[in-house]
Design a protein around this ligand. Sequence first.
Ligand SMILES: *[C@@H]1O[C@H](CO)[C@@H](O)[C@H](O)[C@H]1NC(C)=O
Ligand SMILES: *[C@@H]1O[C@H](CO)[C@@H](O)[C@H](O)[C@H]1NC(C)=O
Ligand SMILES: *[C@@H]1O[C@H](CO)[C@@H](O)[C@H](O)[C@H]1NC(C)=O
Ligand SMILES: *[C@@H]1O[C@H](CO)[C@@H](O)[C@H](O)[C@H]1NC(C)=O
Ligand SMILES: *[C@@H]1O[C@H](CO)[C@@H](O)[C@H](O)[C@H]1NC(C)=O
Length: 203
Amino acid sequence: MCSRVLFVFLASVAVLAEAGVTCDLTTQPATWARVIAKNVFFNAYEPDNYFATPGFCVNNDFMIHSLNYSSHVNLADPTAQMKHDRATNTNFTDSLINCGQNISQVQWCQSHCANKQLEQLIVSTAVINGSLPLATAQQVFQTMGSPNDTSIAAVQVDLYANDLHIDYDYFDDANFCSVFVKVKNPTQFPYALFITVQKILGL
Ligand SMILES: *[C@@H]1O[C@H](CO)[C@@H](O)[C@H](O)[C@H]1NC(C)=O
Ligand SMILES: *[C@@H]1O[C@H](CO)[C@@H](O)[C@H](O)[C@H]1NC(C)=O
Ligand SMILES: *[C@@H]1O[C@H](CO)[C@@H](O)[C@H](O)[C@H]1NC(C)=O
Ligand SMILES: *[C@@H]1O[C@H](CO)[C@@H](O)[C@H](O)[C@H]1NC(C)=O
Ligand SMILES: *[C@@H]1O[C@H](CO)[C@@H](O)[C@H](O)[C@H]1NC(C)=O
């Protein structure tokens, strides 16, 4: 018990010390998908030793409520073009919905996923495993069979923060999937998660 607590403590110190790792975004091919988030909540990654994961970098600054991460996406179709979108906590009033239609707990959902099976897995896991990003990231990764060429990031979106936005790059490609979903389970408070799953170069 004690040694486990100590381990968790040491592990978080290591994460804080290493979390500034920055990728060289000029490394070719030019398939770096960036996520730049402001005023979000909690975040989690798989594999969780992301600071030792080539092609995947996280910059977190709790003091300025800023979270950025970059993924060197291994495109299935090398000609796929990078596109951009912005997620906010005011989007939920819009009627737009292109995922999670068959899940009654999903109140709103927007995805950029060529792989609809993966999209379905992410949405249903976000509903089943709840608001904590780590449980959703871990469960998606595990269900996928812990692939050694894939990274996952999950961000819990504060439903009430002012000036919350996530500016992100995406590809309409089988090896990239983003899901922004708002969930309301009976007897629980609503929550929203922004999740990306990507195959990464250099793993
Ligand atoms: C994230 O990127 C934005 C825009 O480039 C920058 O202003 C901000 O300082 C970055 N945050 C971190 C934690 O590096
Ligand atoms: C969400 O809101 C932002 C800011 O208003 C907007 O740029 C973006 O297009 C919206 N996304 C959707 C899917 O409506
Ligand atoms: C939703 O369910 C209907 C009926 O079972 C099915 O035809 C449809 O393909 C499902 N849609 C998705 C996105 O799973
Ligand atoms: C996700 O939820 C399922 C069903 O409750 C549970 O069996 C599983 O352990 C959860 N996964 C994680 C990583 O917490
Ligand atoms: C990753 O997994 C594949 C297939 O399971 C395997 O062939 C490959 O050797 C693994 N690579 C590393 C670096 O572990």
